[in-house]
Design a protein around this ligand. Sequence first.
Ligand SMILES: Cc1ncc(COP(=O)(O)O)c(C=O)c1O
Length: 370
Amino acid sequence: MKVPFLDLKAQYASIKDEIAIALQQVLDNTAFAGGPFVEKFEKDFALFCQCEHAIGVGNGTAALWAALLSLGVGPGDEVITAPNTFIATAEAISFCGAKPVFIDVNEQTYNLNPILLEDAITPKTKAIIPVQLFGQMADMDSIIEVARAHGLFVIEDACQAHGAEYKGRRAGSIGDVGCFSFYPGKNLGAYGEAGAVVTNNAELADKIRMFRDHGQKKKYYHSMIGWNARMDGFQGAVLSVKLKYLAEWNEARRKNAQLYNSFLADVDDVITPMEADYAKHVYHIYAICTKNRDELINALAEKDIFCGIHYPVPIHLQEAYKFLGNKKGSFPVAERCAEEFVSLPMFAELSQEQIQKVCHKIKCFLEVRV
Ligand SMILES: Cc1ncc(COP(=O)(O)O)c(C=O)c1O
């Protein structure tokens, strides 16, 4: 029995007919760039995120970039974020001409550690980007308290957290603005590239809507310099179909996570992910920590079990960000994550049998080593 890291085909099989109808409607209406299918999804997704506005864009990186630019982040500014994220979080900051400033993360949730915020704030700091890593929210109340005290914006990088909750409030709805990716492997994944920005700020929503469409409200009348960051019609139609199932798929992921937690509870050298009291985790990624990471991944692959690493190199140690001058040892928790994380297979359709196989092989491998 093979256990893939992710099985997009299984999910597609369950909604194939609905998807075919939705795609056909886009073709019949030739509504390829923006248009009614994107608008319908925006309405549905805003509601899902408990927000007034959702703006569909081309991908999650563009969502972050549009949000930062529209909040006025630019050259000379600093934006605080976590080093253990996908590089897009930092790239979006850099592409505004601003500087990413990293702080370390909480040892249990692996999310931005609010205790470290004050020391990182300078007169140049303009915003904070908590990354809702792996589908779990950061400690938003503490982050927002510091942000408000210093007049900083909070931009949620919710690219991995569709439907995650903080004290009953949905990801994306808590900061000034929330950014999502619908990359195909996400909990809510498009059939191509797509992203969205959500906010309760009408003025900001207007700016982002204009930014994604060359700074125009009326065709060929450009009141600001914008970009082409539109969502395409096929993605809007696919996402509207899939959004109806997101809560159910997230529940299945949570059930799978509980199975993993119980089967791995007594295994030495395995730390399973914790769900914070305030959080509803949606397990985009189910990552365990182990000191024998690389050997374990190889041993599992030999048994047809496929894992991932999110992420093998923290951003401050990436070649691209060497120029910031951060050294190894600057952010010990994030660095330990990079050395010890193994992302186990996780998707809604994963069977109990498959989870048992993964856990059994992990136990066999690690028990031989102690
Ligand atoms: C935390 C995080 N931020 C940003 C992005 C960028 O999203 P996209 O790949 O849609 O541009 C991703 C996507 O992987 C992500 O996981």
